[in-house]
Design a protein around this ligand. Structure first.
Ligand SMILES: [Zn+2]
Length: 394
């Protein structure tokens, strides 16, 4: 097998997460539970471009047509995009690839920046269009580019936040960006950072929706291949520490110091030894979590989960945690409520009527929002824990 980003043959299997369901498909009844499919989730690492990749890619159509993630429901993410909008208001025409429910388009519209979105999810794209945030529904490819260019000129800025991880064919994506973006225009890509997965033991960030996991080196190689230049990188504080990569649509010698530093640091730290250590830690920590939940249940303590992001699926399926250990999970997205978590089928319920004095322990899956979550329980005496590595939250 060859690397799907740089074509190198120096690609090896580094992580095996066993059989996993699709992390963003929440079965709603017994029939869907019974028909849920599981697939083998193995991660490969390319030693040449330092990217991670899922061995067996699941068809994108199955994954995204009926999607349950609404960015605007997420307060922190909303603020993140409001700040980004201010940063990019100087551009004439912005295209947001993977625009979801219009979480970036909305603040851009308020700032009077001409912008449109592209999103593959029919139900989520419709939500944006209904709010007056123009969204072309479909995958980002040549066909949709042609459709847009019939009505609009080429954009001088393309934003793709948390998009490249989901692609089936990154090389084709880089070629399509190259042809769509104005000459000397800018591409901003935000990626969850593979190096941070290792640093923070976040194996839960691997799931089928996302076949690719990037480093600065892999972004650099991917776009150099189409004569574009990664010239600057900002470290940003979303999704457990991400990178915001600035890429120019031309060859340029002007590369910032911080960009060069990140690329060089990866050459020291993002390697096979790091993955070997990581792989051991995954199973060790999944076992610690399960053992703790078993012992807390023996003490007759009531445990619930809070937040059902995709990581719930990876964590509960690796650690084999079901509703005998966690009674239910609260999630604020109406699209997930009254459904079941993928694979282990823990019931997902709304906050209303489900926070009460009987709860002793909250396992905070959406730990990025702990400050907000804690407030919902302020009338009760509960203990909060982060699942991996299992630790008390205060
Ligand atoms: Zn590679």
């Amino acid at each position: 097998m060859k690397c799907r980003i740089c074509h190198s043959e120096k690609i090896v299997e580094v992580i095996d997460l066993g059989k996993q369901p699709l992390a963003n498909k929440y079965p709603k009844n017994k029939f869907q539970v019974k028909n849920e499919k599981k697939f083998s989730l193995k991660i490969l690492f390319c030693k040449n471009c330092r990217s991670g990749q899922i061995k067996k890619i699941i068809n994108r159509n199955i994954l995204f047509e009926d999607y349950y993630y609404l960015s605007s429901v997420n307060k922190k993410l909303k603020e993140h995009f409001e700040k980004l909008a201010l940063k990019i208001k100087k551009y004439n025409f912005v295209v947001d690839v993977g625009s979801n429910d219009g979480v970036l388009l909305e603040p851009l519209k308020k700032l009077n920046v001409k912008s449109i979105g592209i999103d593959p999810s029919i139900n989520v794209g419709k939500i944006a269009n209904d709010r007056g945030l123009e969204t072309f529904i479909g995958f980002f490819n040549n066909k949709i580019i042609k459709k847009i260019l019939k009505e609009y000129q080429k954009p001088d800025l393309i934003v793709a936040s948390s998009v490249v991880t989901h692609l089936e064919n990154p090389i084709q994506f880089s070629k399509d960006i190259k042809s769509f973006l104005k000459k000397d225009g800018t591409l901003i890509i935000e990626i969850e950072y593979l190096q941070n997965f290792l640093n923070n033991l976040e194996f839960e960030r691997f799931y089928f929706d996302r076949p690719f996991y990037y480093s600065a080196n892999s972004i650099n190689k991917l776009f150099k291949n189409v004569d574009m230049t990664l010239y600057d990188i900002e470290k940003i504080n979303v999704h457990g520490g991400s990178l915001r990569c600035y890429i120019k649509n031309s060859l340029s010698p002007n590369i910032t110091k911080r960009c060069k530093k990140i690329i060089n640091d990866e050459k020291q730290n993002l390697n096979m030894n790091a993955f070997k250590f990581f792989n051991k830690q995954i199973y060790l920590n999944a076992k610690i979590l399960k053992d703790k939940l078993i012992s807390l249940n023996k003490r007759k303590l009531n445990i619930i989960g809070y937040g059902s992001p995709a990581r719930v699926s990876t964590i509960t399926n690796v650690a084999k945690i079901d509703s005998s250990l966690i009674r239910y999970i609260i999630d604020d997205s109406p699209l997930k409520q009254n459904r079941f978590s993928p694979g282990m089928h823990i019931k997902i319920l709304p906050r209303k009527n489900n926070i009460n004095k009987n709860i002793d322990i909250v396992l905070v899956f959406a730990y990025e929002y702990f400050t907000d979550i804690k407030k919902f329980f302020r009338k009760f005496k509960v203990d909060f824990y982060k699942p991996i590595p299992f630790s008390k939250l205060k």
